[in-house]
Design a protein around this ligand. Structure first.
Ligand SMILES: Nc1ncnc2c1ncn2[C@@H]1O[C@H](COP(=O)(O)OP(=O)(O)O)[C@@H](O)[C@H]1O
Ligand SMILES: [Mg+2]
Length: 498
């Protein structure tokens, strides 16, 4: 039994899928990024939850023309030992994660004094010319993209004749672990939290497509989550260049069954449709993030072929009534089995999700007025963008100090105040007290430093929320929603009591 009693929503823990192209077992998905989530994941896997999202390599990598024994040798190698030096520059700290063909380690660039992540090809594969070429293709694909939501590559090198490449280190977790954590705690991530990640994922995929590349293996474990909830897309190991004007070509059947588009089995796919495979994967990812369930029950290539010959995804709005039918349309269009009918671009999908989000609150925000007070103009800009996204249609007034905030609230009633603790003149504490003396509006206080003592004082004065800088925009939106919501409910209760 999988998530929320959904039969087989989770996947088997041992990757026991029998892909038609693989003749030897492939290593199960393994991740050592975070001991806590790894343990939780193991527990989830043990009772049938967790996710088997192991990439199935293409037939070439399984040894057509190459040394066919490589797969049997791929074992528990975790990369060069801690303390060893790679390329005279990178001091290995320890393993970060591993997949079928590669291993990723954390290292310190001793010259530039920064952490890096290094992906190395498993020794079993170094003799395979195809695997070495694949590795170079992966590195070059990363090098063509420059985007905040795509992992950045720094360098390529060879260690004992084995290729490796050096990337930025993204500390944190990934979307697979994030989803598993939520499911283990028996809750769904909030719609806004999920949409905040999906927005970044789509932007990253847009950048990858603009660089002429198809990612080819988009799935939750390849979407890293770094500090301040930043998404960084990793693992271009199955990427390929496409030429929209080119001839239909052979597309090696490789990927992860649950995220693979049906047309991957076709060899006559027109070049202009190749990118749509990534859209299908985005559709599956978005479906899982928003409903907590995968759209289809696919554990193996055999399941996949069965599903693709006629299954229908359940309606997201039925799995989670909070989602409107606007989400049904956006998600099911991205999941179209026919690539011609599918959402065309990752940016179109991003916009469809945004529009669907607006349908949830349509009409509600026009009466909202939010006052944001801070002497830091960068914060004002960030907060106003986040609030405009979170409360489409709301009126947002930005002011630079406490006096101006009071004046703004006097001039016209506000539904929420977001204020900085440390401002010249009237500071956050004084402003909170002054606002509370006259109004019942919710107040969220933001501070560069601070902790329990500030929070106790501010809540005693009547503040409703507290955030520490640098703030995560979606955390701000979530807290603001919560503050407005509970104030509204309390207001209704007070009226009833009268
Ligand atoms: N730049 C990075 N920073 C931090 N962790 C990373 C980085 N790249 C990869 N990882 C970790 O290593 C795992 C495997 O990396 P990935 O590139 O997906 O390899 P594979 O092709 O073997 O699946 C990821 O799921 C992630 O946990
Ligand atoms: Mg991977």
């Amino acid at each position: 039994m999988g998530r929320d009693g959904h039969p087989k929503a989770g996947r088997s823990s041992n990757g026991a899928a029998t892909p038609p192209v693989a003749t030897t077992p492939h290593p199960a998905y393994a991740d050592t990024r975070d001991a806590k989530t790894a343990a939780a994941k193991a527990a989830a896997a043990a009772d049938g939850g967790g996710r088997n999202d192991t990439t199935i390599p293409s037939i070439e990598l399984l040894g057509r023309g190459d040394d066919t024994s490589v797969h049997a040798e791929a074992g528990a190698w975790e990369g060069p030992a801690a303390g060893s030096l790679i390329g005279n520059t990178y001091r290995v700290v320890g393993p970060l994660g591993q997949g079928g063909m590669g291993v990723v380690v954390l290292a310190l660039d001793e010259r530039l004094e920064r952490d890096v992540a290094i992906k190395l090809i498993r020794p079993a594969y170094t003799r395979s010319q195809t695997a070495r070429e694949r590795f170079l293709i992966e590195a070059r694909a990363m090098a063509r993209v420059r985007h905040e939501n795509v992992v950045e590559i720094y360098a390529f090198g060879e260690l004992d004749e084995a290729p490796y490449f050096v990337m930025e280190y993204v500390p944190g977790t990934n979307v697979a672990n994030w989803l598993d954590d939520a499911i283990l705690e028996d809750r769904l991530p909030s719609v806004d939290e999920a949409l905040g990640f999906l927005d970044q994922i789509c932007r990253g995929v847009t950048a990858i497509h603009s660089s002429g590349t198809v990612h080819g293996d988009l799935k939750p474990s390849n979407l890293l989550i770094g500090p301040a909830s930043r998404i960084a897309i990793a693992d271009m190991g199955l990427s390929r260049l496409f030429d929209p004007t080119g001839q239909p070509g052979e597309h090696p059947m490789a990927g992860t069954p649950a995220y693979m588009a049906p047309e991957f089995a076709r060899t006559d796919l027109p070049s202009e449709l190749i990118q749509r495979g990534d859209i299908y994967a985005l559709g599956v990812i978005a479906f899982e993030m928003l409903t907590g369930h995968p759209p289809f029950d696919i554990e193996s290539t055999a399941d996949m072929l069965l599903v693709h010959s006629g299954a229908r995804a359940p309606l997201p709005s039925q799995l989670r009534p909070e989602l409107t039918t606007a989400f049904d349309n956006a998600l099911l269009k991205a999941l179209s089995f026919d690539p011609v009918q599918r959402t065309r671009t990752p940016d179109a999908f991003r916009k469809a999700l945004l529009e669907a989000r607006e349908s949830i609150t349509a009409g509600h925000n026009n009466a909202l007025r939010i006052v944001v007070a801070d002497d830091d103009s960068d914060f004002l800009e960030l907060a106003s963008e986040a609030l405009a996204y979170g409360f489409p249609g709301a009126q947002i007034e930005l002011v630079a100090d406490g006096e101006a905030a009071l004046a703004a609230c006097d001039r016209e009633p506000a539904s929420l105040a977001v204020i900085d603790l440390n401002m010249p003149g009237l500071n956050g504490v004084e402003l909170t007290a002054a606002l509370r003396a006259n109004y019942s509006l919710p107040i969220v206080v933001v501070t560069a430093s601070g902790g329990a003592p500030d929070w106790h004082l501010l809540s005693a004065l009547g503040a409703d929320g507290f955030l520490v800088k640098p703030i995560d925009p979606f955390a701000l939106v979530a807290l603001a929603r919560k503050a407005i919501d509970s104030k509204k409910r309390r207001g209704t209760a007070a009226k009833k009591a009268r």
